[in-house]
Write a protein that binds this ligand. Structure first.
Ligand code: ADP
Ligand code: MG
Length: 428
């Protein structure tokens, strides 16, 4: 009753300025408007925000969006405001008087969307007071949990506060709950449904194929640095992922001394330094970011032309996510993994460090899981199959043919002899 097809397209155009839906969006928007719980899985850059923002502007009440990062909230609210869609956020960066003013505004129906950090939502005063009042007034259209993989320990960014969001489902039974994530593994999907207690959700899974990304694996040896340097001199933006902070610092320095505008990014730097380096990269003042996995979620730079892994990623999923920061604008981009047998020993060494801090006893479950994940990464690195096919299969997706845009599809070769280290590791 809310919107027939014509209304939907008209709103897409007039409110957001888009002339068509991206794959998957329309079906999600329709389910959202129908008021079902839903879980939508779509790769980063696929256009998840629109799937809850368009329903939000078409409905009479307010839509609450739970988001894990202040920067993500601010970006999204600013983009909405640029489109004249009334939206605001509440988080720890605001004075309490400002929080009160925004909440009054929300109660008076001034906003279509309100972004919140999970810890705020779950504070008892907020939960029992503000939410209950909002739900009773013009009404809350839906609770949206963005980056919903944060609820799962199997995901790559677990946040304990997300666990408690199931309280929303229990307390506000009739208000639909929408979960959005780019995390694709079936295990995390199921975990999101369970942890958020979604009720008979509509599940939408968009394709994770990113046809514009070229995937390749190269041997890591004494020529690797020169290859990297040549790439960095191409004057396009790129990211180099390394395993350790020390390695990040060293490599950034080495590139700088070779005349490249490279900056480091890792959790050992101050928050201020990280912010400055990230901004320099986004503004193109520095073309190359050398980073640990701390550089990740919420970084939205569409024209990253290459992502190089200088060390093995921990899981195939993290490889997909990290390399997927390339080519968000849809133009061709390259993702290269450098790999040597020595990396297997390093990885195994790190796995053995997973011990109980008190007793020193090995954390056997964690070690087992880490070895299983390492095995999948090695299978990817050493395979002669289509790289894209391997990645997508890991997410339960089947690619019809060879992709034509990875090293193995472009240069088919016979099954290579595996390195002895990999043979040993894979057989244990
Ligand atoms: P995600 O949250 O899935 O990573 P976003 O919601 O941030 O992705 O959207 C990524 C980009 O795609 C944004 O710049 C957004 O404006 C754009 N976008 C979303 N939907 C459409 C559409 N239907 N047509 C054109 N651009 C779109
Ligand atoms: Mg998003």
């Amino acid at each position: 009753a809310l919107a027939d097809g014509a209304d939907l397209f008209a709103a897409l155009k007039t409110r957001f300025g888009f002339s068509s839906f991206r794959p998957g969006q329309e079906a999600i928007v329709r389910d959202a408007l129908a008021g079902r719980d839903l879980l939508a899985i779509m790769p980063t850059g696929g256009g998840k925000s629109l799937c809850f923002q368009l329903p939000a502007v078409l409905q009479p009440g307010i839509t609450l969006v739970i988001s894990p990062l202040i920067a993500l909230m601010q970006d999204q609210v600013r983009l909405l405001q640029d489109n004249d869609i009334p939206a605001t956020y509440i988080n720890s960066s605001l004075e309490s008087s400002e929080v009160s003013a925004r909440l009054r505004g929300a109660a008076q129906g001034e906003y279509k969307l309100l972004y919140l950090a999970p810890e705020r939502l779950l504070q008892s005063g907020f939960f029992d007071g503000v939410l209950t009042r909002l739900a009773g007034g013009r009404g809350i259209n839906a609770f949206v949990v963005d980056e919903a993989h944060c609820v799962s320990e199997w995901g790559h960014d677990f946040r304990p506060e997300y666990r408690q969001l199931a309280a929303l489902r229990r307390r506000f039974e009739h208000i639909p709950l929408f979960a959005f994530t780019a995390t694709a593994t079936p295990r995390v999907r199921q975990d999101i449904i369970n942890q958020l207690a979604l009720h008979d959700p509509a599940v939408h899974v968009a394709s994770f194929n990113r046809p514009n990304l070229y995937y390749g694996v190269r041997p890591k040896n004494k020529r690797t640095y020169d290859e990297l340097l040549a790439r960095a001199r191409e004057d396009s933006a790129g990211i180099v992922y390394c395993l350790s902070r020390k390695r990040v610092d060293e490599l950034a320095l080495q590139l700088q001394s070779d005349g490249i505008e490279a900056l480091p990014y890792h959790a050992g730097l101050s928050a201020e330094q990280r912010r400055r380096n990230q901004e320099a990269f986004i503004r193109d003042d520095a073309r190359v970011m050398v980073a640990t996995i701390a550089f990740g979620m919420g970084i939205n730079k569409p024209d990253v032309r290459w992502v190089v892994h200088y060390d093995l990623p921990r899981t195939l999923e993290s490889y997909y996510q990290e390399s997927g920061r390339a080519g968000r604008d849809g133009d061709p981009a390259e993702c290269i993994l450098y790999f040597s047998a020595a990396d297997i020993r390093t990885a195994e060494f790190l796995i053995q460090q997973k011990v109980d801090p008190d007793t020193g006893a090995p954390l056997e479950d964690e070690q087992r899981l880490a070895r299983q994940q390492l095995r999948q990464v090695l299978n990817y690195a050493e395979s002669t199959e289509c790289r894209r096919g391997i990645q997508l299969r890991y997410f339960g997706e089947v690619l019809p043919d060879s992709c034509g845009n990875c090293d193995n599809c472009r240069n088919p070769r016979q099954q290579q002899d595996r390195t002895i280290e990999a043979q040993q590791f894979l057989s244990c």
